[in-house]
Design a protein around this ligand. Structure first.
Ligand code: PMP
Length: 415
């Protein structure tokens, strides 16, 4: 994993100092210590992000754009300043950042505004077998309407993409490719650079679902070469319900609006309306200004720690955690790909994931259980659900030991 080109020197890594910045980590759960290992679902927020959101509402809040009074100007400056900051993160122009409610809305925007008008009967949309439902269902909806088809590339037994199988599915009917950067269920890091190169050779546009990568892997959008990249602030130490679509300007300029309302228009009459330029054409209605400010603060925070430092720490925990889990009888890890992010997904012979998760909770261990919005992937592995422990920069060895100890207790209780 590469370090971001931040220009900042990461501070020396002091895990206790990092943890101290996350007030929720000292919260008692079930009367005891919290081991928060549900970071792939959502991360916790540092003081600086909380302060940025609080500060926005205390000192800057008004509605954005068309500002004539001081507070409206402050709100607009904060909101558009956040766009500049987020654009810098991805090395793109500010016009290439569309604010959305998160990854789900960003993918839907591309499905409806970019792909739908181009899709013809018989066309194919190529996905992989490890996609999140939000990177499956929007494509299915537009495909069903247009008589097109969604095709999914196979996943190998270790959870890696079957790249040859994926390549074999590329053909003249392939109109669009969407792929998850890092699998939320398995942690698999997909070879997106290779996939984009293969797609480009055939002139096929590519969307990368970066929901699980943005807080772990540096993404330079032009260098990546994708047409679209989507992310959610809440998985990167930022607020919930906010995210963005990063897109090539030429695409956004050519895309019709998909939500109608205030801010997305240039002129409106009862006979006809005309549209604002991108990205505003895609941001109808009063936006989530505090969300934008919070996301920008979250990226500042990640940069101050250093994405390379974060990735190294998480990798170390992944290695240690995997070793601890390997000692637990009857535990089977699902997803052991060589290139893997900070997710440990597993099943146990003693019982259903749901029961194990419920017992873990009694010992203060927060994990996610279920299909993780990847039902086709669960079917591929022949399991209804897994227990998923997922890591963030503030996790420590104690969290892993708390998980392992609770799993041993769960094994005894369910045996
Ligand atoms: N894709 C992946 C890989 C995800 O992990 C998630 C969230 N679990 C999403 C998409 C959807 O993100 P959001 O709910 O923030 O829109």
């Amino acid at each position: 994993m590469n370090a971001p080109a931040t220009g900042l020197t990461p501070a020396a890594f002091d895990l206790d100092a990092i943890r101290a910045q996350f007030p929720i980590l000292i919260e008692k759960v079930r009367g005891g210590r919290l081991a928060y290992l549900d970071n792939a679902a959502t991360t916790q927020k540092p003081e600086s992000v909380l302060a940025a959101i609080d500060g926005y509402y205390r000192h800057q809040n008004s509605n954005v754009h068309r500002a004539v009074h001081d507070l409206a100007e402050r709100a607009t400056t904060a909101y558009e300043g956040a766009r500049d900051r987020i654009a810098r993160w991805f090395t793109v122009a500010r016009e290439e950042i569309v604010f959305t409610r998160g990854t789900t809305e960003a993918i839907n925007l591309v499905a409806y505004s970019f792909l739908r008008p181009r899709l013809k009967p018989g066309d194919e949309i190529l996905l992989t077998g490890m996609e999140h439902h939000s990177n499956i269902v929007p494509w299915q909806l537009v495909a069903a309407e247009k008589g097109a088809k969604v095709v999914a590339a196979p996943v190998l037994d270790d959870g890696a993409l079957d790249f040859d199988g994926w390549t074999a599915l590329l053909n003249e009917r392939t109109k669009f490719i969407a792929v998850v950067h890092v699998s939320n269920s398995l942690g698999t890091v997909n070879p997106v650079e290779k996939m984009i190169a293969a797609a480009k050779a055939r002139g096929i546009p590519v969307l990368v679902d970066g929901a699980q990568s943005v807080a772990h892997i540096a993404v330079d959008f032009p260098a990546l070469g994708a047409d679209f990249f989507t992310c959610s602030a809440h998985k990167a130490y930022g607020p919930t319900g906010f995210g963005c679509l990063v897109a090539k300007r030429e695409h956004l300029d050519a895309m019709p609006p998909w939500h109608g309302g205030g801010d997305m228009i240039r002129t409106v009459s009862f006979e006809e309306s005309t549209w604002n330029e991108a990205p505003y054409r895609f941001e109808a209605g009063t936006p989530d200004m505090a969300g934008a400010v919070g996301f920008a603060a979250a990226l500042d925070w990640i940069e101050s720690v250093g994405l390379d430092v974060i990735a190294a720490h998480e990798h170390q925990l992944l290695v240690e955690g995997t070793a601890l889990l390997a000692e637990i009888p009857g535990l089977r890890m699902i997803g052991t790909a060589a290139n893997k992010g900070s997710v440990m997904s597993f099943v146990m012979t003693v019982g259903h994931a749901q029961d194990i998760g419920t017992i873990l909770d009694q010992y203060g261990v927060a994990v996610r259980t279920g299909h993780h919005c990847t039902m086709p992937l669960m079917a591929r592995f022949g399991v209804p659900a897994t227990v998923r422990a997922s890591l963030a920069v503030y996790n420590n060895r104690e969290d892993l030991e708390q998980l392992a100890t609770a799993l041993i207790k769960a094994s005894r209780m369910l045996a």
